[in-house]
Design a protein around this ligand. Structure first.
Ligand code: AMP
Length: 393
């Protein structure tokens, strides 16, 4: 894997694909700068090595040029985080960008306007990619969140930088961590799959069955399994058309010697709300009018030894509706168990938008071995797909 550590940046212009798709408030101020902070080590490394940096990113989903999606809004934040002045080019290609790039000196940083102001970006247009490529001497991809898209700036551009293209620290770390789980992981390997639906995770489940020893199922997808097995799920979330698939997964797991752990008890509620009435029930006997929204204490007790003995843990999806305090206990307890195991040497990888949100909300981020930033990209890697942005490097 070629990373920025293998390349000489002295007096070179590095064009870096970053993910600065950050949330802005109504005054266009950055409300969460995590993604900018995450790109800092790569940028610092290149500046320190005597290079200059051209940053390119998308922001939101603009339809053509839309002022509210201008990356100009974030220039001061980027400068503040990097601790150096940041220049801005009001277009990512054309004479404005070319002139800005030509006048860039070693140690300086230039941010280009939103790539998606040009529809060619998402189309993966070769001529557009070549225009972007003409701005820099070296191409660095440090945006994992878009690595599964064959866009001009994430993939197509790489062909113009033979031997002069590499991964930034962030992307290299993502690849390394996911590979650690997918290839050559220390056993036992435990995968925890929660969240709302089986349908969005089925390909992941199928691909990882060969690599894991235990699969813990939680969250809303529990009830499709339970119903398929003949249990009563009341008004719990269910995908009726995925029941056959659920049984197939159970069968495949058996063939592959993977132990499946379904919840045994659940917190059932009479409404999807923090004000709901709740009761603890057996997972197979939820009455009509009630829905399972979190796992119960017996379930959590049963998970303890599995998590404790795991050497590798992959966690994708919450065990319950953690956004509502009343149904957050299962997800919090599991998070604490994983944190404890991690302290004792287990490698733990958390990924997928909602598990990452949960881990952040419960202050467990620093207690996991790695928290992946790219939702869709991570799922595709877990599905066994080769991501175009990674292949291109
Ligand atoms: P996903 O995007 O598929 O990972 O699903 C995450 C969402 O699943 C979160 O917003 C949770 O609130 C929700 N969720 C977790 N457990 C349940 C459940 N038992 N019933 C309904 N939704 C759930």
């Amino acid at each position: 894997m070629t990373t920025i550590e293998h390349i000489d940046f002295k007096n070179k212009k590095a064009i870096i694909r970053v993910d600065f798709n950050v949330p802005l408030n109504e005054r266009f101020e950055v409300t969460d700068a995590t993604r900018i902070e995450a790109a800092k080590p790569t940028i610092d490394h290149i500046l320190k090595a005597g290079g200059s940096v051209i940053l390119m990113s998308h922001l939101g989903r603009p339809k053509g040029v839309e002022e509210k999606y201008s990356l100009n809004h974030i220039v001061s934040k980027v400068a503040e985080i990097l601790g150096v002045p940041v220049k801005f080019a009001s277009d990512c290609v054309g004479s404005v960008a070319l002139e800005a790039s030509e006048s860039l000196k070693a140690g300086e940083v230039l941010l280009l306007e939103n790539l998606r102001f040009h529809p060619e970006e998402e189309k993966g247009d070769v001529a557009f990619a070549q225009q972007l490529a003409s701005l820099g001497d070296i191409y660095v991809n440090d945006a994992f969140g878009t690595a599964h898209r064959a866009h001009a700036s994430t993939t197509i551009i790489a062909q113009f930088f033979e031997n002069k293209r590499c991964f930034g620290f962030l992307l290299a770390k993502e690849i390394e961590s996911l590979n650690k789980v997918l290839h050559g992981a220390a056993h036992p390997v435990v995968a925890i799959l929660g969240g709302s639906k089986i349908s969005s995770k089925i390909t992941v489940i199928e691909n990882i069955l060969d690599k894991i020893d235990h699969m813990i199922i939680g969250g809303g997808m529990t009830f499709t399994f339970i119903k398929a097995l003949g249990g009563s799920i009341g008004n719990s979330l269910v995908e009726d058309d995925k029941m056959a698939l659920a049984l197939e997964i159970l069968e495949k797991a058996k063939e592959k010697n993977v132990k499946i752990h379904l919840p045994v008890d659940v917190i059932a509620a009479d409404a999807f709300s923090n004000d709901a009435q709740i009761k603890l029930v057996d997972v197979n006997s939820i009455e009509a009018g009630w829905q399972g929204l979190d796992v119960g204490p017996k379930t959590l007790e049963a998970l303890k030894p599995i998590i404790r003995e795991a050497k590798t843990i992959l966690w994708n999806g919450p065990l319950g509706v953690f956004e509502l305090e009343k149904f957050s206990e299962g997800t919090i307890s599991l998070g604490n168990m994983i944190a404890e195991a991690t302290k004792n040497g287990t490698f733990s990888l958390v990924g997928g938008g909602d598990s990452v949100a949960a881990v952040k909300q419960f202050n467990l981020e620093d207690k996991m071995s790695y928290v992946s930033t790219g939702g869709g990209a991570m799922l595709e890697m877990l599905e066994g797909k080769v991501l175009p942005g990674i292949a291109a490097i």
